[in-house]
Design a protein around this ligand. Structure first.
Ligand SMILES: [Zn+2]
Length: 391
């Protein structure tokens, strides 16, 4: 089970300069490598391989003291990044998508140093730890707010520059968790009115985090637009904006993990709709969808579930809100209709609640609603037409 652990790193002045320098060097290398690939393709119609570019790096390191002074993995990391970008590009072209061509990186688009496995972590006082690697003067202080599990295999490390400074990302291989005996299945319907509704009828309200911060963000964004390019004021204002974005991201992450933990506390596996998030994000609901960020939530939920030995089932989302969870009949309703009111069996409940029950049932292998509260028995007519509606 792969997991990334993040720790705040606190470089001293000289170290911060060294890290920024490495960021600059790798960015230049990346851009040069991109140019080389484009030029080579234009001349010969062939793509230059990562292997060849790595060989050039070896040559550079022979001739250049600065490059020789830092870990070879850091340079290779940049070349690997470009290789991955090209591979992803061609894969998407092949599958008929319209991907953007790998771009040259400006300062704001380049923030990761790949240490790979070429680093050491030493224990410091209390929760402090010290990171060392070739090219970094001294020991970089790292605040280990949570311990690195003793049974974890450390796969690789990266240093990432963000709005607050630097953070250390450790990719760990943790032992897989044995599946536990599942108590049951909780069906959840994610939405905009509620962040989610469960099949038990509970709802978690949509926190609308971004909307809360949006007003402030707009003010700061406008201030940024007024600042002169290349000035110190502009740089500071940019920081302010990116810190605000970071705050929204962090609050959302926190909300997602807390919600996931609460959902999994019962020991149930979870059923969710396998939504085409991309399609939704392109519609006019885009802002709200991005705000709720379902896809992100489901991924986090899956990770949490895996760590707890539980599962997340993705089920067919077709007509989950239209179908009656009591009798299986399709009851057409527009988005504005918040209550599911079944003329066939008399079931009446909140629209999202009804969908959550359907989702649960689909994960349990039953396309038809199970008995739910004081539901009237399904009429034979409804049962007969059920297949036709689902297929
Ligand atoms: Zn019904």
């Amino acid at each position: 089970m792969k997991r990334t652990y993040e720790y705040r790193a606190l470089p001293q002045k000289g170290q911060a300069r060294a890290l920024d320098k490495m960021l600059w060097m790798t960015r230049m290398l990346y851009n040069a490598a991109l140019e080389e690939r484009i030029g080579c393709y234009a001349k010969t119609g062939k793509t230059i391989s990562a292997y060849n570019q790595m060989k050039s790096l070896t040559q550079i390191r022979k001739e250049d003291d600065e490059w020789r002074g830092i870990s070879v993995f850091i340079g290779r990391g940049a070349l690997k990044t470009i290789d991955l970008a090209f591979k992803a590009f061609f894969r998407r072209v092949k599958s008929g998508e319209k991907p953007g061509f790998p771009r040259f990186k400006g300062r704001d688009r380049w923030r990761m140093l790949h240490l790979e496995t070429n680093y050491q972590i030493h224990d410091g006082k209390g929760k402090w730890a010290h990171l060392t690697f070739k090219g970094l003067p001294g020991k970089l202080r790292v605040w280990r707010h949570r311990p690195i599990p003793a049974d974890a295999k450390q796969l690789l490390a990266r240093l990432v520059r963000d709005a607050k400074g630097w953070k250390l990302q450790l990719v760990l291989d943790l032992p897989d968790v044995e599946p536990v005996a599942v108590a049951g299945i909780t069906g959840i319907d994610v939405g905009i009115t509620h962040f989610l509704a469960t099949d038990a009828g509970d709802t978690i309200p949509n926190p609308r985090l971004l909307q809360l911060e949006l007003k402030r963000l707009r003010v700061e964004q406008r201030a940024l637009a007024r600042k002169k390019r290349g000035g110190g004021n502009r740089a500071r204002q940019k920081q302010r904006v990116s810190r605000l974005h970071m705050r929204v991201r962090n609050r959302r992450k926190d909300f997602h993990y807390k919600t996931a933990t609460a959902l999994l506390a019962k020991g149930n596996s979870i059923a969710v709709e396998d939504l085409n998030i991309k399609g939704l994000a392109r519609s006019k609901l885009a802002r709200q969808v991005a705000d709720v960020s379902w896809a992100e939530f489901v991924t986090r939920l899956e990770n949490k579930a895996e760590s707890a030995g539980l599962q997340v089932h993705r089920v067919d989302p077709k007509l989950t809100s239209q179908q009656c969870s009591g009798c299986g009949e399709i009851v057409r309703k527009s988005l504005a209709v918040r209550v599911h009111d079944c003329p066939h069996c008399g079931l009446r409940l909140d629209r999202d609640h009804n969908a959550a029950v359907n989702i649960k049932n689909r994960a349990g292998g039953s396309p038809l609603g199970v008995k739910h509260g004081a539901v009237m028995p399904a009429c034979p007519q409804a049962l007969k037409s059920e297949n036709q509606h689902l297929c």
